[in-house]
Design a binder for this molecule. Structure first.
Ligand SMILES: NC(=O)c1ccc[n+]([C@@H]2O[C@H](COP(=O)([O-])OP(=O)(O)OC[C@H]3O[C@@H](n4cnc5c(N)ncnc54)[C@H](OP(=O)(O)O)[C@@H]3O)[C@@H](O)[C@H]2O)c1
Length: 263
């Protein structure tokens, strides 16, 4: 992996190197993707992969068919750095999401020392209040699962979710729909401050439109897939302006870090 652009992130390290042309090893990547201070408010980073022709999934409807090794490397690092992975119920179902694995080596030790836990949490966003069955059971050495939902899910669905996840893991934010700014505040109050949104396209559009997206990490893989895949956002208009702060390249895969104006 090598650096093509490194503008740094205001208030963060990064502009101090590595510089364009330099290689980026694991320690450099950790430095380049560091979260800012989240003591006062959460920082919401999204991570999405797209083909050269803009598709958010391969022709089988899954992201696994367009991922590359460099994308997987940064995907894993971004999970390791996060407190909570925010994902739409649709993606959790289609991609067969499981509870998050333990962070890698030193990152797990540091997170535990900081009181952040060895595993990131997973927070599934669902207006209908449905917990994908594969996520319902506690699994040894895997992170906790939260449901982020709204009152409109209805008492039977909410009760089912409380039964499988525990009442403290069912977060109700909003009446008729999920109020995403409120949901992010509630996560922050629970100590889940470094948020990593992994989509899907509908959730990402909603997060961007709600004004809570601070950063987009986008991977572009060297593949034109054609077909009918949707873009990385779908649904509501967002009109969010972002600026490129970091571009990495490895084997034709481009990895970008874009920051919202004023974040
Ligand atoms: N390229 C990438 O990086 C990437 C990342 C993730 C997913 N994908 C692909 O995207 C496709 C899935 O797309 P999608 O747009 O359907 O995924 P999605 O946003 O994960 O799922 C939509 C469902 O999630 C829940 N949801 C999403 N946003 C919500 C909100 N603001 N409030 C309440 N509930 C919300 C709803 O669930 P309920 O129906 O339960 O209410 C909704 O039906 C798959 O092909 C997947 O492979 C690609």
């Amino acid at each position: 992996m090598r650096v093509l652009l490194n503008e740094g992130v205001p208030g963060l390290a990064g502009g101090d190197g590595p510089f364009p042309g330099d290689p980026a090893d694991d320690a450099a990547l950790e430095h380049l993707y560091a979260y800012p201070d989240t003591s006062a408010r959460a920082w919401v980073r999204a991570n999405m992969v797209a083909t050269l022709d803009g598709g958010a999934a391969g022709n089988d409807g899954r992201t696994a068919s367009i991922n590359t090794e460099p994308d997987n490397r940064v995907f894993t690092l971004l999970r390791d750095l996060a407190d909570v992975i925010l994902v739409g119920a649709g993606t959790a179902r289609i991609e067969g999401y499981r509870r998050a694995a333990r962070r890698s080596g030193a990152l797990a030790e540091r997170a535990v020392a900081e009181g952040r836990g060895a595993h990131p949490a997973l927070a599934v966003v669902s207006a209908s209040g449905s917990v994908p069955p594969i996520l319902a059971e506690e699994v040894p050495d895997r992170g906790p699962v939260y449901l982020v939902t709204c009152e409109a899910a209805g008492e039977p669905a909410l009760q089912r979710a409380r039964d499988v996840l525990g009442a403290e893991r069912v977060l109700i934010a909003g009446r008729d729909e999920v109020d995403l700014p409120r949901a992010v505040r509630v996560l922050h109050e629970r100590g889940l401050r470094r948020v990593l949104c992994e989509g899907g396209p509908r959730l990402l559009a909603d997060v961007a439109a709600a004004g809570v997206l601070d950063e987009l990490c986008q991977t572009v893989v060297p593949l034109m897939a054609g077909g009918r895949a949707q873009r990385i956002t779908a649904g509501v208009p967002a009109d969010l302006h972002l600026f490129p702060r970091l571009v990495l390249e490895a084997d034709g895969t481009l990895l970008h870090r874009w920051i919202r104006d004023g974040a």
